[in-house]
Design a protein around this ligand. Structure first.
Ligand code: SF4
Ligand code: SF4
Length: 97
């Protein structure tokens, strides 16, 4: 039996998401984010959901969130106004095999 080594992006492609369009489980205070100098969320999110838009402001999309909590831990400036797990039946569905 041989085991194929896969890239992280390929592995992430196995996940399925049920996106809650009505109630995002992570909400930012963009005014606080604007003043945040370090912006660690840009580098620590494994799903790369935090990006800078053309105005230099944080842009964020909760769809594709792996629910790992890294952004919550690393955000020291309280820009994350709300962080919860998605409502029942919503969110990531990890597929194995
Ligand atoms: S919980 Fe994890 S995957 Fe979701 S936005 Fe935060 S760092 Fe990214
Ligand atoms: S989410 Fe937190 S770490 Fe990211 S820019 Fe806003 S305040 Fe800074």
């Amino acid at each position: 039996m041989s085991i194929e080594k896969m890239e992280a992006t390929e592995l992430l492609g196995f996940n399925k998401f049920e996106v809650d369009e009505e109630e995002p489980h992570i909400v930012l205070d963009k005014e606080i984010c604007k003043k945040c100098q370090e912006k660690p969320c840009l580098t620590v999110c494994p799903a790369v959901l935090y990006t800078l838009d053309k105005n230099g402001d944080i842009s964020f999309d909760h769809a594709g969130c792996l629910e790992c909590g890294t952004c919550r831990v690393m955000c020291k400036n309280k820009g994350i106004q709300k962080w919860t797990y998605p409502r029942g039946t919503f969110g990531v569905n990890f597929r194995y095999g």
